[in-house]
Design a protein around this ligand. Sequence first.
Ligand code: IPM
Ligand code: MG
Length: 356
Amino acid sequence: MNTYKIALIKGDGIGPEIIDEAVKVLDAVAAGCDFSFRYEEALMGGSAYDVTGDPLPQETINTALDSDAVLFGAIGGEKWDTLPREKRPESGLLRFRKELGVYANLRPAIVYDEMVNASSLKPSVVQGVDLMVVRELIGGIYFGEPKGREGDKAYNTMVYTKDEVIRIAHQAFKIAMERGKKVCSVDKANVLDVSQMWRETVEEVAKEYPEVALSHMYVDNAAMQLIRDPKQFDVILTGNIFGDILSDEASMLSGSIGLLPSASVGDNVGVYEPIHGSAPDIAGQGIANPIATIASASMMLRFALGESAAADRIDSAIKKALSEGYRTQDLAGFDAKEVCSTCEMGDIIANYAAKE
Ligand code: IPM
Ligand code: MG
């Protein structure tokens, strides 16, 4: 019997509620299989700051590094917005990514057939969308030096080394090999030196993946193409800040940010989390949509633990819950047969995912 060590970081706002549902589904899927989970909770974000004065206590880093995977809820909230930058929940998250070395952020945007009417775009544009944004996560302008403020001047620096581009490009090509065998690398090579180097380097890496069709796109055009014809994309490979922006844009193709998972991976332990935030306005009411977090748990099974059969069962269970018309309140307006609470949605998916 394999026992996987999972670090649970529930975080702030709706984080605890949605993580509880993902754990319920994980335990249901493990029952009757030859593996189980041992969970260890760790603090991050505003709730960590309130207890320890630090949004990322060292203990959390240790717990994460000592686990097979991290399942993460969400962090942040108005309550902590006025703190100095290094005490803010977001700074804890950026430091966490850096400490774990999770350089590749994988953000799939999938439009479930049942949900085509939930998108703000026409059903004909979004039906069948299935793309993956591969975003570099621990470099670029988020971390580049020098940065700072001097009198009336403020500056950040977009820096990439060749090695950083090579490793993220390999991730994108490997993922494309498992999918539609297309990579679109997004940059601003018509203006930025760093993008020119990015593009040349991606070209070099592409030679090792002759089966994958590589194209390049400027980021402004990519933002437009994602809305015009999102089905043209399979894997979008891009840097930290462009990926931050484009992945939010891509997530809305599905109509609800409450449905989409993500994975942040590197050479060590990976972090699996919904792409949405902590939604403090609805926290504690039992109405949050747990699907993005449950889908993140599925990505964790697939990518971190190699339990792809169990991951498939969760993915089918989510699809089934949606096609049967179960909706949390955020999606109540879209072909709902029954509106359910956070906990009820967890129960339904757990039931479907459990081995007969
Ligand atoms: C994200 C978020 C973070 C980012 C913030 C909260 C620091 O927007 O995960 O996309 O910019 O990376
Ligand atoms: Mg973002």
